[in-house]
Design a protein around this ligand. Sequence first.
Ligand code: PLP
Length: 405
Amino acid sequence: MSNSTAKREGQVSDLLGRLSESATLAMARISRELAEQGHDVISLSLGEPDFDTPDFIKEAAKKAIDENYTHYPPVNGYGPLREAISKKFSRDNGLNYSADQIVVSTGAKQSLANTILSLVNPGDEVILPAPYWVTYEELIKLAGGKPVIIRTSVENDFKITADELKGALTEKSKLMIYSSPCNPSGSVYSKNELRALADVIVTRPNFYVISDEIYEHINFTSEHASLAQFEDIYEQVITVNGVSKAFAMTGWRIGYLGAPQWIAKACSKMQGQFTSAPSGISQMAAKAAVEADPSVTDDMKKAFEDRRKLVLDLLNEIPGIKNNVPEGAFYVFPDVSHYFGMSDGDKMIKNATDVTNYILESEYVALVTGDAFGDPNCVRISYAASEEKLKEALLRIKRTLAKLK
Ligand code: PLP
């Protein structure tokens, strides 16, 4: 980079300077570069299903084009889609959100951004049980909020307890954000565990919680529990969901939230200044997805469940690795701290980032360091890849870690 380019880059806003590059996207970039150099890279760093969008959803989008859903949509989303989401919330989650409590956005990511920017003032504390999805922390920083991390560990299935939540609350606590099923740990909170957290949340009426349920349909337990089901805290919960993961629709960019009306209104106002509204064609495709019987996702879920078993069996053969049994999403988040302080005689491993770099550089398998998710002992393995690739990748990981003493 020339001196003058470096100087100009120094002129970006202070706000941008506070943001970190997405670790998952950085890993994708490095893997691409290695592949371009001719290396046989296996990337297990991705956060998207390796399936295509079902045909009935594509057909709905084609119809939407023919029917001219090509104009500016209403800011909070087309009425029929919000009605369909309202029914979905009631059908799948036992949640009562009327259509005017729903805002459709450009991905669940924008639903999260809208909510955080609508609720968090500079200096407000936002509680993040770790490990958490990378974007939460960056959006909190964008709003000037202060992330307050509650550490968990593989031994307690990466979940927080009511006492831990109570201990993290201060006068400045405004919001908590968690995902269940969780990216990156795959942990799923049961109804009883959520009830215990709700008992703490209800004691603080001006404290809010974003329940990120984007992996709802990739859940291998029999039950998905929504936090907003508890009436005593309904006014304090924002339920975020979307079609990206369940229906293999990451590129269509449709997410949504259900919330108390004043929060939905605030999010709509925020969205009106950023993107106006998400693409009308994608909205009509999403309508077909949320109206469909949830069993349409069963085959994909079954494939993920088989792969989970495969990855867990293969991980089991690697000495020193500790992992929970993820109950949802498509990630395993093993603790690799056993290898910290070890060396192959040349390279010394100090932390999880060194582990991911070592595996990438020696065997060309891309994972993501747990540091990016607020847990420096772990690495994230995505099993949104074919069984053949997963087998080969785990073999390579085993081979390279065996060199460390
Ligand atoms: N929430 C979590 C926990 C995620 O893992 C992701 C995507 O990786 C999102 C939200 C965003 O999803 P979308 O594609 O709808 O923006």
